[in-house]
Design a protein around this ligand. Structure first.
Ligand SMILES: [Fe+2]
Length: 287
């Protein structure tokens, strides 16, 4: 029997706001992913970011028909103010039902405004027009298994040609970043000194887990990374790692074992210690 066609899943490290303002290898890769998605006729994007989390056991899905954009520091407004957001309310409501059916306390949020963790990536991927997009929140308890289950619950959307994306960070600790060159010269890429050892270690651990595992092994590996000795150095807070778990849930089924190894496709270091690794799991099955 022919294997069902599943869309690839991306884990993108969005980095600092300069990733919108300046060119980088990662930004070029995001554009390539957008082009491929459009060439394959995606129905829409379902994305979990890193800047929106809900309290207690709740999660939310953005249902604001006319969302504003929260401002992006250090980036000229011309790079984003006119970009038209395209909230996909039918898919948002469908995601709410799917997540509720799986036992989540999930509600729509009709007043949520979009934040750069998601629309920065969308502008880079789809500069000419935003495809219909659904934004899913995280839960502020930052339980890896919980976010993994969110991904596995929405995984069937991959069979319907939706593109699932997690936007977070491989190594993302704002307290360990060295901000001087950005604040003084608007240059986040300078890398005047090498990254700290802990950041290099954790960056490598993420690559090892992503590229050497697939299916449930990928899920286990990414969950286990939160117990890595350098996890807390690489992530002062858990928020930028949660969407990696969402991605593992969406791309870590037994049926993903064969083609489901992650691949590091681009990488951009910023502010000495922030590593923006871009991973893709699975690939487009060409028509
Ligand atoms: Fe962020």
């Amino acid at each position: 029997m022919a294997k069902a066609k599943l869309t690839p899943v991306h884990f993108f490290s969005h980095g600092s706001t300069m990733m919108l303002g300046e060119e980088s290898e990662s930004a070029a890769y995001w554009k390539r992913c957008g082009d491929e998605a459009l060439a394959n006729g995606i129905k829409g994007v379902v994305i979990m970011g890193a800047h929106w989390d809900c309290l207690n056991d709740e999660i939310q899905v953005a249902t604001n028909p006319n969302p504003s954009k929260s401002p992006v520091a250090y980036v000229h407004p011309s790079k984003y103010v006119d970009y038209k957001l395209n909230p996909d309310l039918p898919t948002a409501n469908r995601c709410i039902s799917m997540l509720r059916d799986a036992g989540f306390n999930c509600n729509g949020n009709p007043t949520f405004d979009w934040i750069h963790d998601t629309y920065l990536v969308l502008i880079r991927m789809f500069p000419s027009a935003c495809p219909p997009t659904t934004i899913i929140s995280m839960n502020a308890r930052f339980d890896p298994h919980f976010h993994l289950k969110m991904g596995s619950t929405l995984r069937p959307l991959r069979l319907e040609n939706y593109l699932l994306i997690g936007s977070g960070g491989a190594v993302h600790n704002l307290y360990r970043n060295k901000w001087t060159s950005m604040l003084r010269y608007r240059d986040s890429f300078a890398q005047e000194i090498p990254p700290d050892r802990e950041m290099l270690e954790f960056r490598q651990a993420v690559q090892d887990v992503m590229e050497k595992n697939s299916g449930p092994g990928l899920r286990r590996g990414l969950c286990r990374l939160m117990k890595h000795p350098q996890f807390r150095d690489a992530h002062a807070t858990d928020d930028h790692f949660m969407s990696a778990l969402f991605v593992a849930g969406a791309a870590g089924d037994w049926d993903d074992e064969e083609q489901g190894k992650g691949r590091l496709k681009a990488e951009t270091w910023e502010l000495v210690n922030m590593c923006n690794s871009q991973y893709t799991i699975g690939e487009w099955v060409s028509a």
